[in-house]
Design a protein around this ligand. Structure first.
Ligand code: ADP
Ligand code: ZN
Ligand code: ZN
Length: 728
């Protein structure tokens, strides 16, 4: 028997091996020899013939599993993903496995230790223990119910129980076993919510088609009750004995989210995110695969987890950029989730207050059905938005007089104020006052940001840092000016204006320590903080009911960026930040400082709302044949020698131009990336574009294998990005 094995590495297809074992099936892991090493791979298919010389074929050395890790349907899905994104199949399969399974460890996860009475132990009653040994008696008492007691349960009730349990184990009164690897869980009480009519209609639409594919766009502002809708749908799917897969942005996956799901569903939910260790990850993965747990809450890569019986897919904040993997295997978790739901014939729900233009376009094309939630659950009104014209105005430390006055007003009325500035650090530019010298990164085309807390200059692109020089390196002057505003500087300024108010700053610098973000978010939610200052970390996922004023200090870059998606992102950000604010009793206010109050897209957004803005933006995309009206593939190349990057991409371009295409396809470049040099490497890209997705894919596939054979492959770092989200 010949088996086709997916191995980690730059091979576009699976590799053939001779397999002497019985009972081979797709989905089993095998150990195989590869270039004098032993590697772990996964069987994708079986065959009785091979294109290779049979006598030279290597032999599978070991089969690692008794049962397939993925169903045939899931393997087809993974192969589809590899094909669509032009990613080696082995890399895709390995991305879908927890690390322990990639390295060949056994599928069974060693569970938590637990103890139970033996038959001998059952003959020992509490009365048999010494009368004054209170602790012994108390601990023995718990075992008399003849259930297994785990380490965690014992820890909860007793201190220093181990020596006693060890003694009883040695006496064979207790036996040790391994239970589930999942820690015990307790749910809070189930909240008793009655869905409002819009929520109920959304649930009904999705459930009416629960055993076939259907894609639904659930649009509703923050606080409109989308999560309640998800929960009601999940509850119904679970009642049918099926499982649910829920994707959330990195930042939205907090322990509180998981606890809310568990309380509402009254059953265990596993969360799969980057904070887990290898054992926890393996355990969560296997609990879903085996069907032991019914609900998976995860960030982007959770999408590849095998399910025993998948019944519903949900992606919350579907417009969020964190669903697009930006290195290695550059997939869109949203697009793949829709594809997976289609293959499994189950519904998929995409939720957002600010849907991506792609999803709105899919609604127009009747590929998705739109469901809307127009009311905020707690009857809170949406805040009103004003543009502050700051042309010609003298700003005090980046803040206009109008905004400052509004802050005073809201603080006096006991409201919370949120200031948004998407730049961390103290100042983005450090300049010599005498000669104009600017601190620049030695390995990137970028300025260094000044951080006052460390008195350091840091590069936000490569991580380089140095102490602030005492004198200008060019002219020895001691006079530096710190140009521009970062959150650190804003915090200092605002602190000096409102000395008796409590400030909380939330950005990557203040939330580096484990648990710091959660603590700060809690200070913000509880109302302990009067003023919140933050970067986009603040803009996502959290609802701050006490915030009544939101100020956005500097969004003008979004209006004139080279990236055609910048306006969409800016609009989403404004609406998302605005959505943090407001509660039932008091309507919120949003103030946007801008030099371009007459910009048509910005005006549309402010006066007519996100949908109207999106419609206008789609019209602009259509006239330029940009996505979603056209399709793109971007090939990136980076090299220390600029000529290597250019030659590599020019070879690809030449190869493409030599292929006949059925429908018009274009190739642009090579051109330099917006930041030409980063971490010492020169960065260039080649953009392919067509109105036909199929033609574009066929075109690239025709020359794909030539790239792997290029003599420059060892000198450049390169990648393929299908449907790129950022042309960086
Ligand atoms: P979203 O996910 O759209 O931000 P949530 O589902 O988190 O909104 O709802 C916001 C708040 O309103 C939550 O505290 C939620 O418990 C509450 N809520 C939502 N729907 C209802 C309802 N039908 N009845 C009572 N409370 C609700
Ligand atoms: Zn100088
Ligand atoms: Zn740098």
């Amino acid at each position: 028997m010949i088996v086709k094995v997916a191995l980690n590495g730059p091979f576009l297809s699976a590799l053939d091996y001779d397999c002497p074992f019985e009972q081979v099936r797709p989905g089993l892991r095998v150990r195989v020899p590869f270039r004098n090493k032993s590697k772990v791979g996964l069987i994708l298919g079986l065959s009785i013939e091979t294109d290779y010389d049979l006598s030279k074929l290597k032999t599978v050395t070991e089969i690692l599993d008794d049962e397939p890790l993925f169903s045939e349907l899931e393997l087809r899905f993974l192969s589809w993903a590899a094909h669509y994104y032009h990613e080696p199949i082995g890399e895709v399969i390995m991305a879908a496995l927890p690390k322990r399974l990639r390295s060949g460890e056994s599928l069974a996860v060693e569970g938590l230790k637990q103890w139970q009475r033996t038959t001998l132990g059952q003959t020992i009653s509490v009365e048999d223990l010494a009368k004054n040994a209170h602790k012994q008696r108390a601990i023995w008492q718990v075992f008399t119910n003849d259930q297994a007691w785990s380490e965690a349960q014992l820890n909860q009730q007793f201190e220093n129980w181990r020596p006693l349990v060890k003694t009883w184990q040695d006496k064979q009164w207790l036996s040790l076993s391994h239970g589930s690897c999942l820690p015990p869980v307790q749910f809070s009480d189930k909240p008793n919510h009655q869905l409002n009519p819009e929520q109920q209609a959304a649930v009904d639409s999705v459930l009416s088609a629960s055993d076939e594919f259907g894609a639904f766009l659930l649009q509703g502002v923050t606080g409109s009750g989308k999560t309640e809708v998800y929960l009601a749908m999940i509850e119904s799917v679970l009642a049918q004995g099926k499982q649910a897969l829920v994707l959330v942005p990195e930042i939205g996956l907090t322990p509180q989210t998981a606890a809310r799901f568990e309380a509402s569903l009254q059953q265990r939910v596993v969360a799969l995110h980057s904070g887990l260790n290898d054992q926890e990850r393996h355990c969560a993965w296997q609990a879903i695969r085996s069907g032991e747990v019914k609900v998976l809450l995860g960030t982007r890569s959770a999408l590849f987890t095998p399910f025993a019986n998948l019944g519903l897919c949900i992606i919350d904040e579907e417009h969020d950029l964190s669903f697009k993997q930006q290195d290695g295997f550059r997939y869109s978790a949203r697009d793949l989730l829709v594809r997976r739901a289609q293959m499994h014939k189950v519904p998929v729900v995409l939720g957002s207050a600010t849907p991506s233009l792609e999803s709105l376009y899919n609604v127009q094309q009747a590929r998705y059905q739109k469901l809307v939630l127009t009311q905020r659950a707690a009857a809170a009104e949406m805040p009103s938005i004003h543009l502050l014209d700051i042309r010609g105005e003298r700003l005090a430390e980046g803040v206009s007089a109008q905004l400052k006055a509004a802050m005073q007003r809201h603080l006096d009325a006991k409201g919370q104020v949120l200031l948004f500035l998407n730049r961390r650090g103290y100042a983005p530019v450090l300049m010599c006052h005498d000669c104009g010298w600017q601190a620049a990164c030695p390995s990137c085309d970028a300025n260094l940001t000044y951080h006052q807390a460390w008195n350091e200059l840091r590069c936000h692109h490569c991580g380089y840092s140095e102490k602030k020089p005492p004198v200008c390196p060019d002219c020895q002057s001691k006079e530096f000016v710190r140009v521009g505003q970062g959150t650190e500087r804003l915090e200092q300024t605002i602190g000096s204006w409102f000395p008796d108010k409590t400030l909380v700053r939330i950005d990557r610098d203040t939330t580096r320590l484990k648990g710091a973000l959660g603590k700060k978010i809690e200070q913000a939610r509880s109302g302990e903080a009067d003023i919140l200052i933050g970067t986009q970390m603040l803009a996502k996922g959290h609802h701050f009911p006490n915030v009544t004023l939101v100020g956005l200090l500097d969004l003008d870059q979004g209006l004139f960026s080279v990236d055609y998606r910048a306006a969409e992102r800016m609009a989403q950000l404004i609406v998302q930040v605005a959505g943090r604010a407001g509660r039932a009793e008091r309507k919120g206010e949003v103030m946007i400082q801008t030099h371009h109050p007459e910009h048509p897209l910005l005006m549309r957004l402010v006066s007519r709302g996100y949908d109207d803005f999106a419609q206008q933006a789609l019209t602009e995309r259509e006239s330029a044949q940009l996505p979603p009206y056209g399709f793109q593939i971007l090939v990136r190349a980076e090299a220390f020698d600029i000529n290597h990057a250019l030659a590599f991409l020019n070879d690809i371009k030449d190869a493409l131009l030599g292929v006949a295409v059925s429908e018009p396809c274009e190739v642009w470049g090579p051109v330099s990336a917006p930041m030409e040099r980063r971490q010492g490497r020169y960065r260039y890209h080649l953009l392919m574009q067509s109105e036909s997705r199929g033609a574009l894919q066929t075109w690239f596939s025709a020359i794909e294998s030539q790239i792997y054979q290029s003599s420059l492959v060892s000198k450049v770092r390169w990648s393929v990005d299908v449907d790129p989200q950022e042309l960086r």
